[in-house]
Ligand binder design. Structure first.
Ligand code: ATP
Ligand code: MG
Length: 556
């Protein structure tokens, strides 16, 4: 996965390069990222963000952040704020913050224009009647009995719709195209519907709202968007997109489609993510198990790792499923370079160094990150009483167990070589305390003992240890590809997607750990402080394990 060879252009970059070469868009290209503020952004949106902002950066253009807020029922200001935070956090700066609702008056005038051109009409048919009129992909539709209303009548009725004279569903405005068109979207699609609902920005100013197909392309056009990039499912909408632009004779924006990101072992639709939140399968949109940008951030993912992931998966024209392990690879690669190595004992057992002076504390200088010479070192206290991991000690170890057991020797990370002398057991047979002696001349960095041991284990000094809760996460779904499951995905929730260790012990330096700055617990994985943490109680999230254990588990 080295990035040494020069990357070939993706199909959108090729198109843009050709546009520019032929002298088009000499003012620069213009893209937009158009989220509907009906939920938090997920990693699929990150792909769209990286693509839209990335193209503009690469070719000297600009990108708008436009909230596609044409459906007042599902949209909220909370989501607007969360989306802005996420886009900024990913590292991108938008040219303008815009709202489709800014254009409601303009869109209304566009609709009036089409009515005047006899290209739109008010229809009193019910939703069921309209659905029946549409026909099927293999049979032509039938024309609405209201299709031939006069321009004047349509203008009056459309104004009445706007003025709130008619009830929800009583009337709609439809484009007058072709009820026999091979593309179902061209069979007199809806342009406006009546909804007596307050909008999060326009309040009660409007009771008619434009449909996506009438709002999106026109918004692109108003903003002078040169490349309107969306996901593949919209390719069947493109003829309609072009039709409106053409009939209105407005700025000729163009729509291009790419394959959406599907990620294994999770769902990626705001509606389904909302269901997980509402049914309390997760603890909110930013639960570290969620594929949302806020969840990944809380989990310890860096913006760079997400951008890198989006770069690696590339831009395709065909849908595919990306394995979650690629995302994990990207964060591991990033944190390997940047995360300090620290010691945390997750399943502690007591170890007493019997020949170490009772009240002595040595401050050991331990390197922060061997991958980063600039990272320096920190002081870690060592004393007679330590915690080590329970599974670093075996009563009856097999031959190649290079850790601790009766009479075995091991190095304590950054400290001394020790030899196990004895141990106490609990009534249930588990180990209570291990007793060992240390070799005073074996100290790391000044070792003259000439004792060679194969293993090094981590530890925490008991009098200096800081208690912490550790949260480990696993796949949200036990099924790999949920994209075809529809609402059945709820049957495949992984019951063990979170595991909590209530009482682990971490080294003293982690008292000053900060949220979103991941560390490596050596031999365990990458972790970051959770916002739930308080000075009284540290809480760490496992960002990712050190190695890809999931793949191994699956092949057992
Ligand atoms: P969802 O089904 O999750 O609500 P959406 O497409 O309805 O997704 P929007 O807010 O309308 O969400 O999306 C904003 C932009 O992000 C759109 O251009 C959309 O095409 C793109 N997008 C959404 N999901 C993905 C995905 N999985 N991969 C790539 N781009 C995506
Ligand atoms: Mg949408």
């Amino acid at each position: 996965m080295e990035d040494s060879k020069p990357k070939s252009l993706n199909f959108l970059e090729e198109i843009i390069q050709q546009n520019l070469a032929s002298g088009q868009y000499s003012q620069g290209i213009f893209t937009r990222f158009p989220p509907e503020p009906n939920g938090y952004l997920h990693i699929g949106h990150a792909k769209s963000i990286c693509l839209n902002f990335g193209l503009a950066l690469k070719f000297g253009g600009k990108t708008n952040l436009r909230f596609d807020d044409t459906n007042p029922i599902t949209e909220e200001t909370e989501y607007v704020e969360a989306i802005k935070k996420d886009v900024s956090w990913l590292g991108f700066t938008w040219e303008n913050e815009l709202y489709a609702s800014n254009y409601f008056e303009q869109l209304y005038q566009f609709a009036v224009d089409l009515i005047k051109k006899s290209l739109a009409y008010v229809d009193d048919s019910t939703a069921e009647q309209i659905a029946a009129q549409k026909g099927t992909p293999t049979s032509v539709g039938t024309e609405s009995p209201y299709r031939n209303r006069t321009v004047d009548e349509n203008l009056t009725l459309f104004k009445e719709m706007r003025d709130g004279i008619h009830a929800d569903g009583a009337k709609v405005l439809r484009a007058k195209i072709d009820m026999a068109h091979a593309n179902m979207h061209m069979r007199d699609p809806l342009m406006y519907r009546i909804r007596h609902v307050a909008h999060h920005r326009t309040g009660n100013n409007w009771c008619i709202y434009p449909m996506y197909d009438f709002a999106h392309g026109q918004s692109d056009s108003i903003e002078g968007i040169t490349h309107s990039i969306c996901t593949l499912e919209f390719d069947v909408h493109r003829p309609l997109y072009d039709w409106f632009i053409d009939k209105l004779s407005i700025f000729p924006t163009h729509q291009y489609e790419f394959a959406r990101l599907n990620l294994s072992h999770t769902v990626m639709s705001k509606r389904k993510l909302l269901q997980l939140v509402n049914e309390k399968i997760v603890n909110g949109w930013d639960d570290p198990r969620m594929p949302t940008i806020s969840g990944l951030r809380r989990r310890g993912y860096t913006a760079a790792s997400i951008r890198n992931f989006c770069e690696r998966i590339g831009v395709a024209k065909r849908d595919n499923l990306i394995d979650l392990s690629l995302l994990e690879f990207c964060i591991r690669e990033d944190l390997n370079k940047s995360a300090d190595r620290v010691m945390a004992v997750l399943d502690p057992v007591k170890l007493v160094i019997t020949n170490y002076p009772e009240d002595q504390v040595e401050e050991l200088a331990i390197e922060n990150n061997p991958e980063d010479p600039e990272s320096g070192s920190r002081s870690v206290p060592f004393s007679k009483d330590l915690y080590i991991e329970r599974d670093d000690f075996m009563l009856d170890p097999p031959k190649k167990f290079f850790r601790l057991g009766p009479d075995l020797m091991v190095r304590l990370k950054g400290a001394y070589i020790i030899k196990c002398e004895s141990f106490d057991l609990n009534e249930d047979g588990s180990v209570q305390t291990i007793y060992a002696t240390h070799f005073p001349n074996s100290k790391s960095g000044s070792d003259t003992s000439e004792i060679h041991v194969k293993g090094t284990i981590h530890w925490v000094s008991i009098p200096h240890a800081v208690e912490a809760e550790i949260r480990s996460f696993d796949r949200l779904l036990i099924v790999e590809d949920a994209s075809e499951l529809g609402d059945d995905f709820m049957k495949f929730i992984n019951p063990e997607s979170i595991q909590i260790i209530e009482k682990a012990f971490v080294e003293r330096s982690l008292r000053s750990a900060t949220v979103n700055k991941a560390v490596q617990f050596i031999r365990k994985g990458y972790y970051c402080l959770d916002p739930d943490a308080s000075p009284e109680k540290l809480v760490f999230n496992r960002t990712v394990t050190l190695k890809d254990t999931w793949a191994k588990e699956q092949n057992k």
